[in-house]
Design a protein around this ligand. Structure first.
Ligand code: AMP
Ligand code: MG
Length: 401
């Protein structure tokens, strides 16, 4: 039985190099950059005003106070979006607004609140406060210089990065392709929502759960029909799913019983099993297999086991498949509000609820079929084998919500 870190390392090492595609910046959110992006422009692109006010020479208004204002002639008005090509002469200023280009000759901006008009001389303005050179001027290139790295390869594009790239005039980026992920659920007891159940049957819930998990991991989920527990039907379902997907996730049918056909059906198709069984709870039976450049993730059928193995073993693979560098789940520091103990011999990933201050409580019943606690949980806390984590213990909460 493999430990979790070894299992994950083997999965990541097996993945092909990411394939890339160009997308418009407007569709790039949450995608992974396949190439570093450098700036083609300075930001700000030109010296401009941070305030509504007047462009001045700081030296000319050095003595200005409310009692002894300095009079300047307003040479021109420069609204944002316009440009004044001339140079201000001595004794002159220019009316500016936030974002207006600062004209040549000026080296500072006096804000409007520090000025007074003079009714007798409407072409003048009285400056009532001194300014330092450069004050309220947003300098060309002070934020970003042309040629600077804006975002590195392997980084996920977020709205802040989109803002930065858009401001430098970038309209398209090269990102990792999204994997098409086929979802199969095996089990003769399973029925689709809306169908009547006869005794012994249950509603299928794993594909419904895995679809949004795949989407959140950047994949494109494709849900295939339910698969009854026979070797022939499992094989043909896998064949179809592999022909229409980059990666296939199955649930159920990977345990030790004689009704578990996923491994045999995959091998019958020509797939190579890479490993089976990972030392964790929930989730021990977990199959990773390779079929050419495509991969099988065989999750256990118990919904909580499928959920946890997806987060810890499949999600990182989907992220890395797209080229993302950092693929582990985010963690949140927390303090246990109650005892969590693991009497077993496998690492237990306990469903917990962490509040915004970091107080962590069990989300409820921990059996691997128990769904009310899964719905209530927003994180997992690892309890090592044969360990009691007392109330007050500091823990690291793995987050997905
Ligand atoms: P298996 O891994 O096939 O032995 O299934 C383990 C448990 O999970 C059994 O109780 C199954 O009925 C249940 N199960 C398997 N697949 C699903 C599914 N897709 N939706 C809900 N329950 C499932
Ligand atoms: Mg089954």
């Amino acid at each position: 039985m493999l430990d979790l870190e070894t299992a994950l390392a083997r999965i990541l090492a097996a993945l092909p190099p990411p394939a890339s595609e160009a997308v418009p910046l407007s569709e790039a959110a949450d995608r992974v950059l396949a190439e570093p992006v450098s700036s083609r422009a300075d930001l700000p692109p030109f010296d401009n005003s941070a305030m509504d006010g007047y462009a001045v020479r700081a030296a000319e208004v050095a003595t200005a106070t409310s009692a002894t204002p300095v009079r300047l002639r307003v040479r021109t008005k420069i609204p944002a979006g316009e440009y004044f090509a001339d140079e201000l002469a001595l004794g002159e200023c220019a009316r500016l607004f936030t974002g207006s280009p600062v004209p040549r000759g000026a080296d500072a901006v006096v804000m409007q609140e520090d000025t007074r008009t003079d009714v007798a001389h409407p072409a003048d303005i009285l400056i009532c406060d001194a300014v330092a050179k450069g004050e309220y001027v947003r300098r060309q290139g002070e934020d970003v210089q042309r040629g600077a790295l804006l975002a590195a390869e392997g980084v996920v594009v977020n709205p802040g990065i989109i803002s930065l790239l858009a401001a430098t005039g970038i309209a398209q980026v090269i990102v990792g392709r999204r994997p098409v992920v086929g979802l199969l659920a095996t089990g003769s007891e399973l029925r689709e929502a809306g169908q009547p159940l006869v005794p012994g049957q249950i509603y299928e819930s794993n594909r419904a759960m895995l679809s949004p998990l795949v989407t959140r991991a950047g994949g494109v989920p494709v849900v295939f029909p339910l698969v009854p527990d026979t070797l022939a039907e499992t094989r043909s379902a896998l064949e179809r799913a592999f022909s229409e997907s980059d990666l296939v996730i199955t649930s159920g049918g990977v345990s030790v019983g004689e009704m578990d056909f996923v491994k045999a059906a995959f091998e019958a198709l020509g797939g190579e099993l890479q490993f089976w069984k990972v030392a964790m709870r929930p989730g021990k039976p977990f199959v990773f297999g390779r079929l050419g450049e495509k991969f099988l993730f065989g999750l256990p059928g118990n919904p909580v086991s499928a959920f946890v193995t997806f987060l810890l073993l499949v999600r990182p693979a989907l992220r890395r498949w797209q080229g993302e560098r950092e693929v582990s789940l985010p963690t949140h520091p927390g303090v246990l509000g109650e005892l969590i103990s693991n009497t077993g011999d496998r690492r237990h990933f306990v469903r917990v609820r962490v509040d915004p201050s970091g107080n962590v409580f069990s989300a409820g019943q921990q059996a691997s079929h128990a769904l009310a606690s899964l719905a209530a949980a927003n994180g997992l806390v690892e309890a090592p084998p044969a360990t009691r984590l007392a109330a007050g213990a500091k823990v690291s909460v793995l987050r997905w919500a």
